[in-house]
Design a protein around this ligand. Sequence first.
Ligand code: ZN
Length: 266
Amino acid sequence: MPVKFGPSGLGSVKEAISNLEKYKSLGFTACEIAFTYGPYIKKKEDAEKIKNASERLGIQLTIHGPYWVNLNSEDPEKIKKSKERIIECCKIGSWLGAKKVVIHPGFYGKKDILESYQNIKKAILEMEEERKKLKYSCKFAIETTGKINVFGSVDETLKLVEETGCDFCIDFAHILAREKSYMFDEVFRKFKNFDEIHIQFSGINYTEKGERNHIETKREELKELISHLPKNKNITIINESPNPVGDTIKALEIYGKISQFLITKK
Ligand SMILES: [Zn+2]
């Protein structure tokens, strides 16, 4: 099964279809739409045009949900608003034919890890019920996060996926920033029961506390990720560097070389 590669960012509604055409010409097969500051595609007819173009061009769409989300807030109103924002992304995501909306579920704040987990799990289960009731096909995917004060370690993410049935996104740049190691083998072993694996990747600056900012992806880092990918899985790799298109081109070149090497070795 070939790995799907694509950038974070589809561009404005006006540019969306021409960008998809450009991505196709570059060999991309995925794209993550950034609703990080809110869903900017608002009309159903625009969403459906983009959906049709993505299907015609063979580009799998996903969504990055809003940053302003905290399912573990002290303030119940903030939790309610966070859930509404995520559900809104699911609605538009379903119009777009997007597979999932990737979310950072919340902060620990003053709560301990266990209580944070229970709060977030409860919110996810409630949203999941709502999503099913509304018949939205676009699922929630919990992302592994890059800061030590933010919910989303590898184990928390896995447990949440197992206990709520939600989807997941493994951001290896975040894992590096949080754990000071990519832990490729360990992470893939933990998620070995899932056939579909959604990955985000880029270079990253980080400190003791974790992530600072995403930076350009080095060839060496891409090589390391690609050579650790498990076989026979449906894998998508979204590049989130400041140059996501350039770095996706780089990733595809490296993937091509590594696959060729594996074929000739057989
Ligand atoms: Zn993210």
